[in-house]
Write a protein of this length. Structure first.
Length: 131
């Protein structure tokens, strides 16, 4: 079955393995491109996860298809100070709980614009087809 999914890219191999093994995993997303991808996602949506970075995705790239169970937007605040200065920085991140839905293989990059989510046309791969 072929679908268009928003992609989360550059996901660490150990995170992918944990999702495969446990079937449910909460991931904290800090990279700007993946954060943007989650901004319009909501529980029930399916997304595509891959270890490949966005520019390296092409026909045949493998990954996981997961259902979004929940999303929480959070702010990290870092304060550094000394006698001479005080610096406060904030960074946005997203915590997303994912449930494994299957495996997939990229058929086509549908949309790859700066500031927009990466969208991929993905074929769902059955275990007997994964090769």
């Amino acid at each position: 079955m072929q679908m268009i999914y928003v992609a989360l890219t550059g996901i660490a191999r150990h995170v992918m393995k944990e999702l495969l093994a446990a079937r449910v995993r909460t991931v904290e997303i800090r990279s700007p491109n993946n954060f943007v991808a989650l901004l319009n996602s909501k529980p029930g949506d399916k997304i595509f996860l891959t270890e490949s970075s966005a520019p390296d995705i092409l026909l045949g790239t493998n990954g996981l298809i997961a259902s979004v169970m929940g999303i929480q937007m959070i702010t990290h605040r870092v304060i550094q100070s000394s006698e001479d200065y005080y610096e406060e920085r904030e960074a946005q991140a997203a915590r997303v709980q994912l449930q494994l839905a299957g495996m997939g293989r990229v058929r086509k990059v549908s949309s790859f614009e700066v500031g927009e989510p990466l969208e991929l046309e993905v074929d769902q791969v059955k275990y007997c087809d994964a090769g």
